[in-house]
Ligand binder design. Structure first.
Ligand SMILES: [Ca+2]
Ligand SMILES: [Ca+2]
Length: 269
């Protein structure tokens, strides 16, 4: 991992407001540290603010039953996400494009939360913890230059003009099994048998896992059919740019619900 989190006081996932001061005797570490100046958490709300490498970040997440909502503000830019218990998803980033250091700040925040799940032995997490981690890691891992616009996902879609590309909802796949990756590109529709978890080339480890390559050891991953479709499309087409890619952008969009809800649905490979 790029950076270390430094906190003077451990954050509890339940409890009242804690104040955490940065360490000041090591400039190199302090430069790369996430410094949370406030954090509070309960079973249905997580809230706090801090800085990372000069990037200011604040967050507020709530749950009501299985419905989840969060607002994250990064250097003044507001990002919102709602994940419904019914599978519906609404995202809005106000058409922002995040810099690498802003994404690193989100990544540091995700790592901070994940480390505390591990510390408490509760690695599966509650709805609010799993959803919050999924959302901020989804934003943190978006392709370079990605525009965080407004979008809604209502669940599975019927086959469209190109039959191979459609949203299959969140369908779990298992490591070590073969699945048929279905996708379309400028040459037409394709159905390729791919081993889940295989690595066809550098940067394409963990085929079928949502997100680039094999991800981070500290974060639970989703393994699903739509993520396999996107992985194989990207692998074959050497695509980039997420939803703006001419060949695999549709597969990228169809995998958003998998990435955001897959861990919660138990698609852990
Ligand atoms: Ca999907
Ligand atoms: Ca496509």
């Amino acid at each position: 991992m790029k950076s270390r989190i430094i906190m003077a006081t451990a954050i509890a996932l339940t409890g009242t407001m804690l104040y955490c001061a940065p360490q000041s005797n090591d400039n190199t570490e302090a430069l790369n540290a996430l410094v949370l100046t406030a954090h509070s958490a309960s079973s249905d709300q997580i809230k706090g603010q801090g800085t990372y490498n000069g990037v200011s970040i604040s967050y507020d997440a709530t749950t009501s039953g299985e419905d989840f909502e969060t607002t994250v503000t990064i250097d003044g830019q507001k990002f919102t996400a709602s994940l419904g218990g019914d599978g519906s998803i609404t995202l809005d980033g106000g058409n922002a494009v995040l810099t690498q250091s802003q994404k690193d700040a989100l990544d540091a925040l995700a790592q901070e939360f994940a480390s505390h799940l591990e510390a408490t032995g509760n690695t599966s997490g509650s709805r609010i913890q799993v959803a919050f981690l999924s959302v901020i890691s989804y934003w943190a891992e978006a392709p370079e230059g990605y525009t965080y616009g407004s979008r809604s996902i209502d669940g599975p879609s019927p086959a469209g003009y190109n039959a191979a590309s459609r949203n299959e909802g969140v369908t779990c796949i298992r490591k070590g099994t073969y699945v048929t990756a279905a996708y379309d590109d400028s040459r037409g529709s394709h159905y390729d048998s791919v081993l889940v978890g295989s690595k066809p080339r550098s940067g394409y480890g963990c085929m079928g896992r949502c997100g680039g390559d094999c991800g981070s050891w500290w974060l639970a991953s989703s393994w699903t059919k739509d993520c396999m479709d996107h992985d194989q499309c990207s692998n074959v087409n050497y695509s980039s740019g997420g939803s703006s890619d001419p060949n695999c952008g549709d597969e990228f969009d169809e995998a958003a619900d998998d990435w955001l809800q897959g861990v919660w649905r138990g698609c852990r490979g």
